[in-house]
Design a protein around this ligand. Structure first.
Ligand SMILES: Cc1cc2nc3c(=O)[nH]c(=O)nc-3n(C[C@H](O)[C@H](O)[C@H](O)COP(=O)(O)OP(=O)(O)OC[C@H]3O[C@@H](n4cnc5c(N)ncnc54)[C@H](O)[C@@H]3O)c2cc1C
Length: 247
């Protein structure tokens, strides 16, 4: 199996929309060395007001939501790399991922690149499905493409065209990568002190127990961060569909 050396397994996520960012947050939090490649911007930038994401009763500016999710990826140790992925090639140990700016070896690749599949032209055995004018990866329930180490998440994997579904699918695919990498893992949970240990159980891998002081410290950081994030209106308007003429 891949990823059995002293170094953490390496993952490259192609695309920094809800699916790719969430997949990366999960793999990085489990200790995998995670890079997220982003070009241009998520299609969610076209949204005028995001009203169906849980946790925002009055909705949220979609560009703010993406900024916050990107910040969350960085805080959880994802490296975000600028520049489109131009090619992914198979090697003996996994893949080489080329962007406009650099090249990186990676044991796992998660494609979350709605609606671009061109960079995978050199991968043999990859199945896609065409529906109308759109092309989707033919994946199993965990986003596995059938090519070892290669996964797809979000809209490009044929999921419904909704931000939370894409994010949830990204999480599911991230968990599949973690499981297949054989990194010790139970769940990504933060539990109160004693939740496991007071029942004579060790804290399972991927989980954390935090005491009251640490819980208060984290909540204070959340308050500070969110107050700052929502202090002012978001400066940029939605981006338009490319075929809508800008005045
Ligand atoms: C006008 C409009 C309004 C919408 N409103 C809502 C709404 O109210 N609620 C809702 O739930 N959903 C809404 N959606 C849908 C939602 O935006 C998508 O379902 C969601 O963004 C899909 O997430 P994703 O991560 O799969 O793809 P995306 O968010 O599109 O992310 C894909 C990312 O991959 C990048 N990428 C592509 N190719 C490459 C490459 N070669 N290298 C590197 N990066 C690459 C793209 O630049 C992009 O950043 C709306 C969509 C539109 C168009």
């Amino acid at each position: 199996m891949m990823g059995m050396s002293d170094q953490p397994p390496t993952v490259t996520v192609v695309g920094a929309g809800p699916a790719g960012l969430t997949a990366g947050i999960y793999t990085a939090r489990a200790g995998l060395d995670t890079h997220i490649c982003q070009d241009e911007s998520s299609i969610l930038n076209r949204n005028a007001h995001l009203e169906n994401v849980p946790g925002f009763p009055a909705g949220v500016n979609a560009r703010r939501f993406l900024d916050l999710t990107r910040q969350q990826a960085r805080r959880n140790d994802c490296t975000i790399r600028e520049g489109a992925v131009t090619a992914v090639r198979e090697t003996e140990d996994g893949f080489v991922v080329e962007t406009e700016n650099d090249t990186r070896a990676s044991e796992y690749v998660v494609c979350a690149s709605w609606a671009d599949t061109d960079y995978l032209a050199e991968i043999d055995g990859l199945e896609t499905i065409t529906r109308g004018s759109k092309e989707y990866f033919d994946v199993d329930s965990e986003g596995f493409t059938g090519v070892e180490g290669l996964y797809a998440a979000g809209r490009i994997a044929g999921e419904p065209h909704q931000a939370v579904v894409a994010a949830g699918h990204g999480a599911k695919v991230g968990l599949a990568v973690i499981e297949h990498s054989e990194v010790p893992f139970y769940h990504d949970w933060v539990a109160p002190e004693g939740y496991f240990t007071d029942r004579g159980r060790p804290v399972p891998p991927g989980c954390e127990e935090i005491d009251e002081a640490e819980r208060n410290r984290r909540e204070a950081t959340t308050l500070e961060h969110m107050q700052e994030a929502f202090e002012t209106r978001y400066p940029d308007p939605p981006t338009q569909h490319p075929r809508v003429r800008e005045e």
